[in-house]
Write a protein that binds this ligand. Structure first.
Ligand SMILES: [Zn+2]
Length: 345
């Protein structure tokens, strides 16, 4: 079945009925299904999608992708999936890209700046605000070479509020917003990269149980948020050397208010000595910049296939009506993730 017919079929269920695994297999045209003690794999010889019954974690071709709802154990159906996850997370990941990327306006957002240094490492001496600015400039140079228009929320050591960052993206008519950060944790063994996009309305952030029913500006781009976040995250190096913390979901302010599809990348932990060493090196920063730029370009190829000849944002953007809201607690401050690797979900 064509994926867009499949999307229509999910929509026809009213958006709320759970989708049995077999129905997803039928939508994708996949016949293989392998059940093990703690996992269920479906695939077609090229792609493999792994579910963990009772968990929100899933894996697409080995890359961790956190669903919005758990894959519910369902007897002979193996698992049932939330219709929203099927429609707005899983099926969009299997759209076919064009050869040429859509020419997008990409706004890069190096986090922190000025009086806000962000996370830090003492040996080697690294400040998050300096690391992510250097990365943003490297990524931007690569994207410009590939024909993208690139904007920056800052190009020097300046402090900007979170609202100013998304407002700049709106004023510049950005098609894509990519925020760059580095992590820190009390547990110095915590490691790995993670990429965040908005949770779907009515679903909790990854690793939390707090629901938010109110759609936010960032929810106007649910399908494209996932596509953008996935293609960036799968490119970022380090899976064999450190934990793949996955494509996750959080209502960080810059994601809630983003006027276009948006992702926030945590490139590694400055509190982990090995990762700080890597992040201090020019060769690793070059690899990271290649990875993020490649991810954005792959997203742009999918967007070109979605809407041929159309280079602008894929969906109209609702107004950002929640500046300074408190409904999401700690996420209002775009707070860095402090959980350790051992207590991560
Ligand atoms: Zn940060």
């Amino acid at each position: 079945m064509c994926l867009w017919l499949a999307l229509a079929a999910v929509g026809a269920t009213g958006g709320g009925e759970p989708v049995p695994l077999a129905a997803l297999q039928q939508m994708l045209g996949w016949s293989s299904c392998v059940e093990r003690a703690e996992t269920i794999d479906i695939g077609d010889g090229t792609n493999r999608l792994r579910f963990f019954p009772g968990m929100r974690r899933a894996e697409l071709n080995g890359v961790a992708v956190w669903l919005n709802a758990v894959a519910e154990p369902a007897g002979t159906s193996l698992v049932n999936l939330a219709a929203a996850d099927v429609e707005r997370v899983l099926l969009p990941l299997f759209s076919q890209p064009s050869r040429e990327p859509a020419p997008l306006r990409v706004m890069l957002d190096p986090g922190h700046g000025g009086e806000d240094g962000g996370a830090s490492s003492s040996a080697p001496h690294l400040l998050e605000k300096e690391l992510v600015l250097d990365l943003a400039l490297r990524i931007g140079a690569r994207l410009e070479t590939a024909g993208m228009a690139v904007g920056y929320t800052r190009t020097n050591d300046t402090f900007l509020t979170l609202s100013e960052r998304t407002a700049l993206a709106g004023a510049w008519r950005a098609d894509v917003f990519v925020s760059l950060h580095a992590n820190t944790a009390g547990n110095r063994l915590a490691s790995g990269r993670e990429t965040y996009v908005m949770p779907l309305a009515g679903h909790p952030p990854t690793g939390a149980g707090t629901l938010s029913d109110r759609p936010r500006a960032g929810n106007g781009h649910d399908r494209h948020n996932t596509l953008l976040g996935y293609h960036i995250h799968r490119q970022i190096p380090g899976r064999r050397h450190s934990a793949d913390r996955g494509l996750r979901r959080a209502r960080f302010q810059v994601l809630r208010q983003a006027p276009c599809p948006a992702a926030l990348i945590e490139v590694g932990f400055l509190s982990n000595g090995r990762e700080a060493e890597r992040l201090a090196s020019g060769w690793y920063r070059a690899r990271l910049a290649d990875a993020v730029a490649s991810g954005v370009l792959e997203y742009a190829r999918h967007l070109a296939a979605d809407a041929p000849g159309k280079a602008t944002s894929p969906a109209p953007c609702p107004p950002a009506d929640d500046v300074g809201g408190t409904e999401d607690g700690t996420e209002d401050g775009d707070e860095e993730v402090k959980e350790t690797a051992s207590d991560a979900p």
